[in-house]
Design a protein around this ligand. Structure first.
Ligand SMILES: [Zn+2]
Length: 202
């Protein structure tokens, strides 16, 4: 196809219906799926309540950026399952799952950007959005064993003019694994200086 007919054909693409867009994608061969996996997963979730008035049983109201849009029967607000979440208005939905895998693998911002084919600034923004999401969805129920143990900190004499001990150099090991409860574990701190002890380490 020559350039000008191709441009004319290409300009008409946004006017295609969803069914027609799907046929074009199938004709072009395997690329990104018409409905990204992240949106397929969203479609399996229960229909969300209205984020404004919490009313349930909304109307289906077309699509927004590939996601099912709903309209509240009560306040007529339109929304999707992503409205009001940190993932709202994020683009490139087909790469969300890859990005979440990159986050779980502990990749850096730039490495994750390279893996997902996005700009590093986008990767930085996504990182904060993705990490905000679990913070919003706090667990209502905890299981398993939770353990907490004491923590020891070395007494800092920074700025004091008269030390009764040799100055500690950086890089020295000051903590011990089995501290004496009557003595600070670092060996250089309150006990050595004759300062009052913290009576209860627990
Ligand atoms: Zn509503």
């Amino acid at each position: 196809m020559k350039l000008i007919p191709f441009k004319n054909w290409f300009a008409q693409l946004p006017g295609l219906s969803r069914r027609q867009q799907e046929r074009v994608r199938q004709a072009l061969g395997p690329h990104e799926p018409a409905v990204p996996e992240s949106l397929q997963w969203l479609q399996t979730m229960p229909v969300p309540a209205c984020p404004l008035c919490q009313a349930e049983h909304p109307y289906r109201w077309g699509y927004q950026a590939g996601a099912q849009r709903y309209r509240c029967r009560h306040c007529r607000h339109t929304y999707t399952a992503l409205s009001g979440t940190p993932l709202a208005r994020l683009r490139h939905k087909a790469r969300w799952l890859t990005y979440s895998e990159a986050l779980q693998a502990g990749l850096t911002v730039r490495q994750a950007a390279l893996r997902c084919g996005i700009h590093k600034n986008t990767s930085f923004r996504w990182r904060h959005r993705f990490l905000t999401l679990p913070a919003d969805r706090k667990a209502a129920h905890l299981e398993g064993i939770v353990e907490a143990d004491e923590t020891f900190f070395a007494y800092s004499c920074k700025g004091q003019r008269h030390l009764d001990r040799p100055p500690r150099q950086r890089g020295q090991q000051i903590h011990t694994r089995e501290p004496d409860r009557n003595k600070c574990p670092c060996g250089w701190c309150a006990t050595a200086l004759g300062l009052p002890l913290i009576s209860n380490w627990r």
